[in-house]
Design a protein around this ligand. Structure first.
Ligand code: F0G
Length: 484
């Protein structure tokens, strides 16, 4: 295949390269992760990032409409005709003034990259469009993934729209119903495996290589090429001025890996001068990256201490430790992109924090209270930001972009439980008080009676205009909204 793109092992002592026509999810020589690399000297690159803005003029053309492919010169592995796009990446950076104020930040410094607005409701579509494009290039017909929910939803959507057969492996534990319903609706063959996400992923990797299914998990390096564009859109929204910090939840660690690669390449190409810092947020109950980094494991120029990693996992097995968090999307104990995440931490002078389930749900409610519905995993960013502001890692005056990875409607159970204490039969959240948080907004039971409704609105009966027949109720009192 004649192209400027190739696959390359991330292990510097191996660095083997492979044609992009090969379907690989690890180095065929040493088993390490693979990157997609380019011979940039042959790439038709723009002189400055500004040039990409011209694509807004030609949005009728699907590749220019896509928030991924309008940056195609920065992921040049496919001919235009091969691209599988469903209009992903129509997401942008929102200035979260009220939320920033609530967190004690300087006005205007908190930004939210709302990836829940993608066609399948999560950031996964950025990567899926790229991996499906590669699948089309190599002539694959059947595609598969293991998933905590969003990958399977996205895979199922792209398979349905582009004529592939989708197979998804989900664990028997938690999957938010919003996500499961998508996989079912889009017609993916859905296999529920006994075990958690880590078990499912190990199984689907084996099944894919033995049965020739094209693997769509983020161990597929083409996925990450698409996810780089989340960073391009953040830069574009800030007139190509990098923020001080990017904050992202860490699960299988694909996103943070893609972000580090995006910034490394942009600097290498002379398209930006400064790289933002990175904060990856783990849930306390799924904190492999946090634990390893705090035990001193680092990228170390690519010479990662494999024995320390093996020892860590052996210890997890001995103690029968499994990931467990309310943020089911990031309930992952053995993140496949671990080494690439360590590399991103190196490139972006990153930090890793861990946050409790309670902090995640409080942060989620706070995000929701200011009008951005996100799922628990996404809110880990805000819980992490809060912690990093409190311990002085991030300053109040710094500009911060948090990636809200998935839409709030993905996991309504988590939201309803927070507000009411009521959980559905299927939800397996840790037992807790009937209502969790200080922002709990419980529905009020009220009789079908005007006086009862007036009382529950907190209105004074005497100040009500008696002429309520037309539906006009006057009051001297404000409704009891929470003031920030
Ligand atoms: N946020 C959401 C909403 C997710 O669905 C995921 C991962 C992450 C964050 C973590 O991202 O893996 O790149 O570190 N969900 C995967 C899935 C694992 O199967 O849907 P990551």
């Amino acid at each position: 295949m004649k192209t400027i793109a190739y696959q390359q092992c991330i292990n510097p002592t191996c660095s083997a390269t492979f044609d992009i026509g090969q379907v690989l999810t690890s180095c065929a020589k040493c088993g390490e992760l693979l990157d997609i690399q380019y011979d940039w000297s042959k790439a038709p690159l723009p002189k400055s990032l500004d040039a990409f803005q011209q694509r807004w003029q030609s949005r009728r053309f699907p590749l220019d409409y896509s928030g991924v492919w309008r940056f195609r010169e920065l992921l040049p592995f496919a001919a235009d005709a091969m691209v599988c796009t469903v209009g992903e990446g129509q997401t942008f950076l929102q200035n979260a003034v009220c939320l920033g104020k609530e967190l004690g930040m300087w006005p205007g410094q908190l930004w939210l990259q709302y990836e829940g607005m993608n066609p399948s409701g999560s950031f996964k579509d950025n990567g899926m469009t790229a991996a499906f494009t590669h699948a089309r290039i190599v002539g694959a017909r059947r595609v598969a993934c293991a998933s905590t929910g969003n990958t399977s939803a996205s895979l199922a959507l792209y398979a349905a729209m582009n004529g592939f057969q989708g197979v998804v492996f989900i664990g028997s534990g938690k999957i938010a119903f919003g996500k499961l319903s998508q996989a079912l609706d889009y017609g993916a063959l859905t296999l529920q495996i006994e075990g958690d996400f880590d078990t499912c992923l190990a199984r689907v990797r084996q099944v894919s290589s033995q049965l020739g299914l094209y693997l769509m998990n983020s161990v597929n390096p083409f996925r990450l090429e698409g996810q780089k564009t989340i960073m391009y859109r953040i830069l574009e929204s800030l007139s190509w001025q990098p923020p001080d910090w990017i904050i992202v939840p860490g699960g299988n660690l694909g996103n943070c890996s893609a972000f580090g690669k995006a910034f490394h390449e942009l600097r290498q190409l002379g398209l930006i001068k400064r790289i933002p810092r990175l904060a990856i947020i783990n849930a306390e109950g799924a904190n492999t990256l946090y634990s390893m980094v705090h035990a001193g494991i680092s990228w170390n120029g690519g010479h990662v201490n494999q024995a320390a990693i093996d020892g860590f996992y052996a210890d997890m097995d001995r103690r029968q430790l499994h990931a467990h968090t309310v943020a089911s999307a990031i309930e992952i104990g053995r993140p496949v992109n671990l080494k690439k995440a360590l590399r991103s931490l190196d490139v972006m002078k990153g930090v890793v924090a861990q946050v409790s389930d309670n902090d995640i749900l409080e942060a989620k409610a706070m995000v929701g209270r200011f009008g951005f519905a996100c799922e628990p995993a996404s809110a880990a960013t805000i819980a992490g930001l809060r912690q990093l502001l409190a311990n002085g890692t991030i300053s109040r005056h710094e500009r911060v972009a948090c990636v809200l990875t998935g839409h709030g409607l993905k996991d309504p159970d988590a939201t309803v439980y927070y507000h009411t204490g009521v959980r559905t039969k299927e939800a397996k959240y840790p037992p807790a008080e009937p209502t969790w948080g200080h922002l709990a907004n419980k529905p009020i039971r009220v009789a079908d009676d005007l006086q009862a409704i007036i009382r529950s609105l907190g209105l004074d009966e005497k100040s009500i205009d008696q002429d309520v027949a037309g539906g006009y109720v006057e009051t001297s009192r404000e409704l009891p909204f929470i003031e920030y």
